[in-house]
Design a protein around this ligand. Structure first.
Ligand code: S3P
Length: 161
């Protein structure tokens, strides 16, 4: 089976859904943020603070090309789709599933989260709306789009399967 890439905005549930999906289908699950953190030896927050966003995007681009492309669920960081070459790579080598979540729900989930360098107080709401609007066309290039806003993880996994 081809690789399944889960894409979507921060807080859309990619990691939780990916884990359950992997269990349901008996597939290995990997997360690009976690792999980058392991490889670089720093948290995503530290990479952004010390090396800058462009270094992080380079790590994402490089990592994507090293991942196995069969029998695997790959959960991606919310910005993986920003680079056209990443979108093209994922579409060419796998099944790309975009998990869509409404901005109000994302804000509710991430209101007190401090692990996302691109969403800092104040004005989180504005940042979410701006980034989501900017990225929506990229997310929508996926093969499939699943609405997740009012669904449980199990329901989302059902939809994907
Ligand atoms: C980012 C999303 C994060 C992480 C980094 C940048 C983004 O991943 O890769 O903070 O640009 O949307 P999650 O979507 O898992 O939060």
């Amino acid at each position: 089976m081809k690789a399944i890439f889960l894409t979507g905005f921060m807080g859309a549930g990619k990691t939780s859904v990916g884990k359950q999906l992997g269990k349901r289908l008996g597939l290995l699950v990997v997360d690009t943020d976690k792999m980058i953190e392991q490889k670089v030896g720093k948290s995503v927050n530290e990479i952004f603070a010390k090396e800058g966003e462009s270094a992080f995007r380079k790590y994402e681009r490089e990592l994507l090309r090293t991942l196995p492309l069969k029998n695997i669920v790959i959960t991606t960081g919310g910005g993986m789709v920003i680079q056209k070459e990443n979108r093209d790579w994922m579409k060419k080598h796998g099944i790309v599933i975009y998990l869509h979540c409404e901005p109000e729900e994302i804000l509710r989930r991430l209101a007190s989260d401090e692990t996302r360098p691109l969403l800092k107080q104040p004005n989180k709401q504005e940042q979410i709306k701006r980034l989501l609007t900017e990225r929506l066309p990229y997310y929508q290039e996926a093969h499939f789009m699943i609405h997740t806003t009012n669904k449980t993880i199990e329901e989302i996994v059902d939809d994907i399967v």
